[in-house]
Structure formats: C-alpha cells, structure tokens
Design a protein around this ligand. Structure first.
Ligand code: UTP
Length: 290
C-alpha cells in the first residue's frame, strides 16, 4: 500500500473570529506559549512519518513561510552570542520537513483550499490537518488516523467525544462502533441541536483522504456562507464508499477562537518546565487579589 507522506494544512482563512489581531497577521502564527499553533500541527505530522508539508496560504500569510525558512541573520547573531540552545531551536524548525506553499488566490472555503493541493498530491492518499484544533493528548492523533487508514484503506475522519453543551458547535457523526477507537461513519450532521445529534462524536483535527475527494470538490457547489466546505465533500463521499472515524482521547482547544486560544495557553503554560510554577502561583494567588 502507498505510504502516506504528504499532509495538507490549509492556512489561508481570514480568521475573522480573532480580529483585529488577524487583520495583517496569520492566526496560525499566534503562539501557544512560545510556538505558533501551525508548528504544533507540523511537528505532530512529522512525528507520524509525514515528509512533505503542503501549506495552502494566502494574502497576509507570509509570516508562515518565514517561520519555516532559515533566518540567516538571526542565526549568525545567535552564533556570535553563543546562544546555542536558541540557535538549535530555530534551526530545527527549518529541518522539520519539505515545505511546499500553494497560494489560494481567494479564500473560497476550506474545501477549496484542499482542492488547491490536487496537482501536488497526485494519486496518493494524504492527510488534512486543521491547525485550529489543538488536541492535548498523550497519543499522536495523526498517527492514529493513518493507522486506521492502513487497516481499512478507506477515508478516515478524526473525532472526539465533546460535552453535550458543545455538540451544536461541530459536525457530529452517526456511528457504528467497530473496535477500540474505530467507528464506521453512518451519517454526518452539521451543528445539530442536542436532541437531533446522533452521538457526541465531533469531527475535528483532520482527515486521511484519497484523491477521489478532488473530483467531488471540483463539482461541489458553495454551501453555508457561500463557501466550499471539505465536510460537504466528505458527506458526498459517504454515499459511495465507507468512511471510518478515529476517536481521539484528550482535550481539544479551538485555538482559532479567543477563549480557546487563551485556555490553551494557560493549560500549556502549566505544563511548561520554565513557566509552570510562576503561572500556577499567578492563577492560585495573585489573581485572587485582583
Ligand atoms: P475556518 O473555518 O476556521 O475559517 O478555517 P477562518 O477564516 O480561518 O476563521 P474564522 O472562522 O473566519 O475565524 C479552517 C482552516 O481552513 C483554512 C483556515 O486558515 C483554517 O486553518 N481556510 C479557510 C483556508 O485555507 N481557506 C479558506 O478559504 C478558508
């Protein structure tokens, strides 16, 4: 079977939920403690054996390219000042993977963004990752999705059980449990009322897809908000072939939203060796005095 070596990471959206900070800079570059959210996605993909990272970028997203490129002047400066740890940190980013950039000329939706990768993907299966869905888990979610794909050779969606109060924020699957963390997807309902939700399994983090998705995306009409959604294409796929869901265990943060981003920063700071004591004290004592 063809090994999965490519990941598509769409980063061309406007990030309207995070305005005004996203007016001139990518939301995917907003830090979770000291690393931009897109770097977490790239590192997890690389740990899952991905070699080629295809970033779908757009206007005002140059900072993402610069982040994964080398910065000669900075490196010389760090070398001269013998800041070896910092030097290793910045050089490591550049060496993570092969970075391929495709400009989405117009932000026509996340499905359209994935379609932009068609000619680079060719005939191979590939991963799609949403950098907004940061999952704090002790397992590699991308690796888990790839393992399910290898076992069933069918498209895979990532899902996580969300609290009842959050069901109406996500695409929710109707499922048949197969084994362990694997389900068969029977239906997908976008942002259902709790009463109509077939389960609490929300689609997030990403997909493993095969090139058939491009034929569907090419014919797909714009959906909600006039955008071309990848979820709508996957819904169509479901009519012709089996789609499986890989259930993650962990805590999800929507770092594309202000509250989710703040929560992720607090949670990750509380795990950071240099910061945890100071932040713990700040939350437990200092904040109470305000
Ligand atoms: P979102 O649906 O969160 O859209 O995109 P958005 O524009 O980034 O954010 P809001 O909702 O306006 O705040 C999910 C992912 O798809 C990318 C985004 O960059 C994000 O990583 N995307 C979205 C594109 O690459 N192109 C698009 O046309 C739309």
């Amino acid at each position: 079977m063809t090994k999965i070596k490519k990941a598509v990471i769409p980063v061309a959206g406007f990030g309207t939920r995070f305005l005004p900070v996203t007016k001139a800079q990518p939301k995917e570059m907003l830090p979770i403690v000291d690393k931009p959210s897109v770097q977490y996605a790239v590192e997890e993909a690389v740990r899952a054996g991905i070699k080629d990272i295809i970033l779908i970028t757009g206007y005002s997203k140059r900072a993402i390219e610069d982040h994964f490129d080398s910065n000669f002047e900075l490196e010389c400066n760090l070398k001269a000042k013998k800041k070896n740890q910092a030097l290793r940190t910045v050089q490591k980013i550049t060496r993570l993977a092969n970075f391929i950039y495709i400009r989405q000329k117009k932000a026509l939706g996340n499905g359209h963004a994935v379609l932009c990768a068609k000619s680079v993907i060719g005939k191979e299966p590939f991963v799609v990752i949403w950098p907004d869905d940061l999952i704090d888990s002790n397992q590699n979610c991308i690796q888990q999705m790839i393992d399910v794909f290898y076992q069933y050779t069918s498209p895979v969606v990532g899902v996580l059980k969300v609290p009842k109060k959050d069901v109406s924020k996500y695409g929710i699957i109707g499922n048949k449990h197969i084994r362990g963390n694997v389900h068969e997807v029977l239906s997908i309902i976008e942002k259902p009322d709790l009463k109509k939700a077939p389960s609490q399994l929300a689609i997030l983090k990403g997909y493993v897809l095969t090139p058939e998705i491009f034929d569907i995306l090419e014919k797909l009409k714009p959906g909600k908000g006039g955008e071309i959604w990848l979820a709508d294409a996957v819904l169509k796929l479901l009519k012709t072939q089996s789609v499986f869901a890989c259930e993650f265990k962990g805590k999800v943060y929507d770092v594309g939203s202000k509250a989710g981003w703040l929560k992720a920063n607090i949670a990750y700071a509380l795990k950071h060796p240099e910061l945890k004591e100071e932040i713990k004290k700040f939350l437990a004592k200092d904040l109470k005095k305000i």
